[in-house]
Write a protein that binds this ligand. Sequence first.
Ligand code: AHG
Ligand code: MN
Ligand code: MN
Length: 337
Amino acid sequence: MSINRNVLTLDEFTLQQLRQFPTATGELSRLLRDMALAAKRVNVEVNKAGLVDILGDAGSINVQGEDVKKLDIFANNQFMGVLQHGISCAGIGSEEMDDFVVFDDEISNNSKYVVLFDPLDGSGNIDVNVSIGTIFGVYKRVSPLGKPCTKEDFLQPGKNQVAAGYVVYGSSTMFVYATRRGVNGFTLDPSIGEFTMSHPNITCPPSGKFYSVNHGNFFQYNEGVRKYIDGCQRKTKENGGPYTQRYIGSMVADVHRNLIKGGIFMYPGTIEKPGGKLRLLYEANPFAFILEVAGGVATDGIGRILDIVPTSLHQRTPLFIGSKLMMEELAEVASIK
Ligand code: AHG
Ligand code: MN
Ligand code: MN
């Protein structure tokens, strides 16, 4: 039987990348493999989410008498578990944990990466069968190897990420990750249970038709942002329009679509939440890294997302992210940077 060598699995691809750097240790490839394994486990549970009445509601006991965990806690435990038991990660920060988790065992203390993640993004969409996702950013630790990792390892600006990625649990399940060398997307092939290269070398079109924002908050945005959104609604064929408003409410799915098709995603500060809603460390930073590698732009309205020096695990940030030319127009119209 002949095997089609043109279609690479995620593992084959990362190993192929590794072979180009004979001195590399392979730790990042292993870490990505661990993340993909957890994603596959989460995918299985996400696919059963609609059976919740049969299998038991979150926090309840199912018909088999087992405890049913909330899906975002389940996802958190899967990602934390593979990283803790793997050999590439010294500690994690997660949306679902109050504080950073330092693994502190001999292997972990000698591992060079820390990972920040949102185990399940868009979890409000679970019970209505709409796409959700996972987001993660990987940093090389700055503390010395051989000791437990420290807070400084986690509180690095996003530009220090060595890799970032996301998983979309959608009409198909995809694993997309970026290193400085490029962004590549893999679709889960259920017949072999492997993520398989489907979107090589993703670049974000410099312009697009989609703008994604919560219109329900319109009157809570500042004047500049309102002016830009108003302009989006008035676009015609003559000036690159008409635009289409698309907002799922799962950042992963919204930004994924705009990355592939071209577009802009905004979660500005509001009167109620001037600092925005989205989290810098495990939502904004990974996507800012991915979009920049793909040729896009990401800011908080004051400057580049990736330059922000974080001060805490769960800090929030306004976020404007997307196609380069659309981001330039936003900056001009809304008078932001
Ligand atoms: P999470 O489910 O991890 O808490 O994140 C949800 C986020 C993000 O995915 C989405 O873009 C945003 O919340 C939607 O918020 P609004 O409903 O306020 O628009
Ligand atoms: Mn989220
Ligand atoms: Mn979440």
